[in-house]
Write a protein of this length. Structure first.
Length: 246
């Protein structure tokens, strides 16, 4: 039974990337039509990264879409019975736990100031912020979070992102970013401080909570975009390129 629960929570964790990609897509404007050619014409040009597996990627995109609507979103909507301020605080706590991941990758990129910022945020938010429930570092001293991951670290050292991939459950990625999921997982404190069942429980809660706070971003993309796959793909690639450049 524990194994079944762990697998279920793992699926929910993976599905969170669908919503994450959707939020990134919504925040990033679609690329100009003359950048890749006519987005919906027969002479469609490939994005800079390339999408040689587009047929397969579209199939996985369809699969993720159905899993999002029929599994992840209903569970997240049910979680909305929890008052929003409590869900925001819970999200802050779960994000605070990820500070070592961001700090480690900042250090690997020789961004010593950003590494110190993340470690400082961890200390301040864990103490003054009551185990991260409040983002005290931002509220009191306007110390902003520095998003870093191993994919950005590899990009910092010139590793090409490779071709575009849509991973089952994980959503938009590239060859470089897909492989980078594993190092970040090993640095994640959750996986080496608590038992496996508890770790997956925490991650599953994080997924449900984050999607419950989302304002149906992915739904709006599906409704408004002629080809949501292209929109999400191009927005993801633009955002990742900008993240590496920072």
């Amino acid at each position: 039974m524990k194994r079944v629960v762990a697998i279920f929570l793992f699926m929910m964790l993976c599905l969170s990337a669908v919503a994450t990609s959707a939020v990134a897509a919504e925040e990033q404007p679609a690329p100009p039509l003359d950048l890749y050619g006519d987005l919906y014409g027969d002479d469609l040009a490939e994005p800079p990264t390339g999408d040689p597996l587009e047929v397969v990627n579209r199939g996985v995109f369809w699969f993720n879409d159905k899993m999002y609507f029929y599994l992840l979103k209903p569970v997240a909507r049910g979680f909305r019975v929890v008052p929003e301020p409590a869900r925001v605080g819970l999200g802050n706590m779960l994000d605070n736990i990820k500070s070592p991941i961001r700090a480690a990758n900042a250090l690997l990129q020789l961004k010593f100031k950003d590494c110190g910022t993340e470690l400082g945020r961890l200390v301040v938010n864990t103490t003054l912020g009551i185990f991260g429930y409040y983002d005290a570092a931002d509220i009191i001293w306007s110390i902003k979070k520095k998003d870093e991951d191993f994919g950005q670290t590899l990009g910092y050292y010139g590793v090409e992102e490779g071709f575009y991939l849509v991973l089952p459950f994980f959503g938009s990625s590239t060859l470089r970013d897909g492989l980078s999921l594993f190092p970040d997982m090993y640095v994640d404190p959750v996986f080496w401080t608590v038992r496996q069942e508890a770790a997956w429980g925490i991650k599953g809660t994080d997924v449900v909570n984050r999607i419950s706070l989302d304002k149906d971003t992915y739904e709006s993309i599906i409704e408004e975009q002629l080809d949501p796959y292209l929109f999400v793909r191009d927005a993801y690639l633009q955002n990742r390129a900008a993240d590496v450049e920072e």
